[in-house]
Design a protein. Structure first.
Ligand code: MLT
Length: 264
């Protein structure tokens, strides 16, 4: 069932009485990146996906976004849908939102799944890259920005072997409103660093990383996992940054095992 809540395009799947899982997508994608996982887990869980403000079908408004605002949106959804202790699952920018949400209100959740993300804020080089991206979009080169950015997200093997699926993701990403995309770039550039709070996470956590992820590689994600006391690190061999799309089955298996082991 699709719903518009507070300007966000939200998709609900599964039995409302089941344990909720909220999936938060990465940049510059939309909630459809979780299709395989939603299809699988809606059999036994209440799955909530939504388009982050500025992306997909969600509203763009003035395009002035902050990470705090994205976390406010997430909290609003949890309260509005009366979700009881959902499991939170975020990829990359969705992970930044999840980590900050955990920092602000971890007692609202029962478990945490982080895919291909990091706790560090952008360093100077990262901020300059965001600025260059905004400049490129302002110069009218939005489609090339998306093309190059998305290509960097996927592992080479997936692009070669699943080219039509890859092209669909690129083309969908190009349909985003450039203003919304720039707003997300600014929100990511201005986000806080959540590394210090990792040791304070007292939820069971699953950390998933593609072995070929260039944006949040294993040598960044493994140490992050080690800082969370009850966490498990799973490496998806051969996948890049987009593990849930590149190897949906392994991601599903890892999540299933995590949920079972932690009685979630
Ligand atoms: C994402 O996949 O959400 C982005 O790669 C995150 C980023 O650019 O930092």
């Amino acid at each position: 069932m699709e719903k518009l809540i507070n300007g966000l395009s939200v998709f609900l799947s599964g039995n409302y009485k089941s344990k909720p899982i909220i999936f938060v997508h990465g940049f510059p994608f939309d909630r459809l990146m979780w299709n395989a996982q939603v299809e699988e887990f809606s059999m036994n869980y209440f799955c909530v996906t939504f388009d982050i403000r500025g992306l997909g079908e969600s509203s763009v408004e003035d395009g002035q976004f902050t990470m705090e605002g994205f976390v406010d949106d997430l909290e609003f959804l949890i309260d509005e849908l009366k979700l009881n202790k959902p499991i939170l699952c975020g990829l990359s920018m969705g992970g930044y939102i999840s980590l900050r949400a955990i920092e602000r209100f971890q007692n609202k959740f029962s478990g945490l799944i982080l895919c291909d993300t990091k706790s560090e804020a952008d360093d100077n080089q990262g901020k300059l890259k965001r600025a260059a991206a905004i400049k490129q979009i302002n110069s009218g080169d939005f489609e090339n920005f998306v093309e190059t950015f998305v290509q960097n997200c996927f592992g080479e093997r997936f692009v070669k072997e699943n080219n039509s699926e890859y092209r669909m993701v690129v083309d969908r990403s190009k349909k985003n409103n450039p203003l919304g995309v720039k707003g997300c770039l600014l929100a990511m550039a201005g986000r806080t660093d959540t590394t210090e709070s990792l040791s304070g996470i007292n939820l069971p956590a699953l950390i998933i990383c593609g072995s070929e992820d260039k944006l949040s590689p294993p040598n960044v994600m493994k140490p992050m996992s080690e800082k969370i006391s009850n966490s498990k690190f799973v490496l998806i061999e051969g996948a890049g940054h987009m593990t849930p799309i590149e190897n949906p089955q392994e991601v599903i298996s890892a999540i299933k095992e995590f949920l079972t082991q932690n009685d979630l």
